[in-house]
Design a protein around this ligand. Structure first.
Ligand code: THU
Length: 138
C-alpha cells in the first residue's frame, strides 16, 4: 500500500518533528511547532514555525516543511508529523490543511504529537473533508 508507514519510519518521523521544535522562531507566541514529512522516496524533510513582528506574515511549521520539500524536488509524501508542547497535540490550521492538500491524497496520515509523548493521528481527508484538490482544476 502506497501510504503504509513502517514502525521504524514512524519512529524517525516523530523524532524529527519533535526535535524540529527547537528550530522554531516564535518570539511572539512562544508556541513551538515542529513538522516532518516522509517523502515517497523515503526521505525526511523538516520545518518549524517562523513568526514575524507583523503577526499575519508568520508561517506555520507545516508550510515551512512543505515549501522546503517542494523546492528540493519532493511532491509526494507517505506521512506527516506535527509536534507541539501542548496536550493534545496541535492540529494543523485551516490554511495549512489546504496547503497540505495540494500534495497529500486524502488517505495520507497526519500524526500530531503532544508535549508528553502521546499522539493522535488523522488522515488528510479527515482533517479536510470534501476538499478542493489539484484534480478539481485539471
Ligand atoms: N502553528 C504552527 O506552526 N502549526 C500549527 O499546526 C498550529 C500553529 C504556529 C503558528 C504560530 O507561529 C504559533 O503556532 C501560534 O499560533
Amino acid at each position: 500500500m502506497a501510504n503504509t508507514v513502517t514502525t521504524q519510519e514512524l519512529e524517525i518521523l516523530s523524532s524529527k518533528a519533535i526535535s524540529a521544535k527547537s528550530t522554531a522562531y516564535c518570539p511572539y507566541s512562544k508556541f513551538r511547532v515542529g513538522a516532518s514529512l516522509l517523502t515517497h522516496t523515503g526521505e525526511y524533510i523538516i520545518g518549524a514555525n517562523v513568526e514575524n513582528v507583523s503577526f499575519p506574515v508568520g508561517t506555520c511549521a507545516e508550510r515551512v516543511a512543505f515549501g522546503t520539500a517542494v523546492v528540493n524536488g519532493h511532491k509526494e509524501f507517505k506521512a506527516v508529523a506535527v509536534a507541539s508542547d501542548i496536550t493534545p497535540g496541535a492540529s494543523p490550521c485551516g490554511m495549512c490543511r489546504q496547503f497540505m492538500r495540494e500534495f497529500l491524497t486524502p488517505s495520507v496520515p497526519i500524526y500530531m504529537y503532544d508535549g508528553q509523548g502521546g499522539h493522535i493521528v488523522k488522515t488528510m481527508g479527515e482533517l479536510l473533508p470534501n476538499s478542493f484538490g489539484p484534480d478539481d482544476l485539471r
